[in-house]
Design a protein around this ligand. Structure first.
Ligand code: SF4
Ligand code: SF4
Length: 89
């Protein structure tokens, strides 16, 4: 399981979650609309969920139905980064 960042982060992106993550698995570039959680590295501690001022973060199984696509969006963000790194090698 993992935690997932959803729609309310868009346009807020204040990085409170990044500050509390013990494994540094929440990332975004400056031009990204929101932050993303790396599902391969998240240890399910829940610290980020409590820190988010707009309730954008949910445990994977509790993501509201309308925001389910964000589960894949978070995972794909890191998949694309890995593929880009491979290409550069
Ligand atoms: S649940 Fe914990 S480990 Fe996972 S992203 Fe949030 S703070 Fe980081
Ligand atoms: S704390 Fe919430 S709003 Fe702020 S960057 Fe993290 S997910 Fe986005």
């Amino acid at each position: 399981m993992t935690y997932v960042i959803t729609q309310p982060c868009v346009g807020v992106k204040n990085a409170s979650c990044v500050d509390v993550c013990p494994v540094d698995c929440i990332h975004a570039d400056d031009d990204d609309e929101q932050f993303f959680i790396n599902p391969q590295e998240c240890i399910d501690c829940g610290a980020c969920e409590a820190a988010c001022p707009v309730n954008a973060i949910f445990e994977e199984g509790s993501v509201p139905r309308r925001w389910k696509p964000f589960i894949q969006l978070n995972a794909e963000y890191f998949l694309k980064q890995r593929q880009a790194k491979k290409k550069r090698k």
